[in-house]
Ligand binder design. Sequence first.
Ligand code: GDG
Length: 504
Amino acid sequence: MWTKQDLQALVQRQTGDYRLVIVSNRQPYIHNLVDGQPQFVIPAGGLTSALDPLMQACGGTWIAYGGGQGDRYIVDQDNRVMVPPDDPAYSLRLVWLTEQEEQGYYYGFSNEALWPLCHNAYTEPVFDSRDWRTYQQVNRKFADLVLDEVGDRPAVVLTQDYHLALLPQYLREADAPIITGQFWHIPWPHAEIFRICPWQSELVEGLLGNNLLGFHIGDHCSNFMDTASRTLPVRVDQEYNRIDYRDDTTLVRPFPISIDFDDICQFSESPEVTEEMVRIQDEWGLGGQIIGLGIDRVDYTKGIPHRFRAIGRFFEKYPQYLGKVVFVQAGVLSRSDIEAYQQLGGQIDHLVDEINGRFGRAGWQPIVYKPDDLPAVTLMALRRLSRFCIVSSLHDGMNLVAKEFVASRFDDDGVLILSPFAGAALELTQSLIVNPYATEEMAEAIRDAVTMPQTERRYRMQQMRGTVRENNIYKWAARLLVELMQCARGSKVGRSLYASAGMR
Ligand code: GDG
């Protein structure tokens, strides 16, 4: 099993004279102002949970947008601060954006165009040419800071996600001694879908600035290669998953992302979590009930209304569970400036009212909805208290909530109900896999979870825990780094560097 220490040793062996730089839109530690004092928070989202342990293990620099009100107070003259704040291990360097840049690049092109375009969730993308120009401009700004950070020393730059699709091409144009990799955290859709984007060639070309391009699963790799072959004069080698464009090659590989299994497991066993279980059972009136759980960023790709409809149908079909089963939905609101998210918020509130109004009775409600960004200890207590957890994504690159649920169940209990449209479904095959659009089948899956004998729950959970324990975040990072360093060895920069160091 891969550990932080194994990864650290691997980094030292593999990266040699290369500096490691991660670039992403969101920073792993945001500083807000509380009573005039900067205080950090760790943002909710898969990216931080996945990459912070990697950077803590490897050191290096993480470049990101300084979006917190307190950020300017804690950086030095280079806009740099060491993090994690309580145990500094790597350097965080911030890019500043104007309000107009944040609007056009982040809310606009990234989240109103690319996010819906890449997820088959039937929300129409908005393609606004001003947003597109701002997206280009901000990608340049990030590229300039990376080039400043790297100077003329050889570096491995690992870019994250869909906010920065053009950056690798800008780095390549600068002809710096940089090996570039990018991990795309969301799905890549079928070429027929992607072609509606007016700037599809520019985006694909931007991504082909990478030596290595990673997606979660093979289907997303195939979709990207297909899109590239229909968009630009490229040569695609299907057997080796590589794309030749002009004089350069991009390797396209699946790297299913994961979590720090041991860390989550240990936290879930802590006395702090046990105390919190007692508190919330008592204060939220959950005692003696079978608990179902959802934990999500409130996003239209996560299928939250779909699971509520299935819960309503479950109570309609099986009224014997009224007063005995309760579904707790924790959610952190995100991107609430965007209209589609406001509509989703309204739709969820309406459904909760309708279902609770229809089935609720004195002292009991079928759905407890907490869109409150609950503390980590409360979320962990909920995972441990639950009989089942529902992940009903309409489309999802991976979905770390599913893996976190499995990692937290050291008692080998609990049932996972999982959408086949989440990347995680390829690994977590002992979950109850059910189409979130099929309300009837989801209601049946809820009944199966509620009535499943303990021996079967135990068997399924043990299998899934074995899979997630083995394929943890350190293995993901190690595989990505090894592939990147292989690209480095094969590159012009790498060949001369390794030759001068007497290495092959
Ligand atoms: C993208 C891709 C891919 C969720 N609700 C709350 C909360 N969370 C935390 C979870 C988990 C993270 O946020 C969500 O990660 P996901 O993977 O489920 O989803 P995205 O944010 O959409 O992430 C996804 C991921 O990148 C990694 O590559 O798996 O497919 O879409 O860690 O625990 N945290 C808090 N309150 C909540 O209510 N504090």
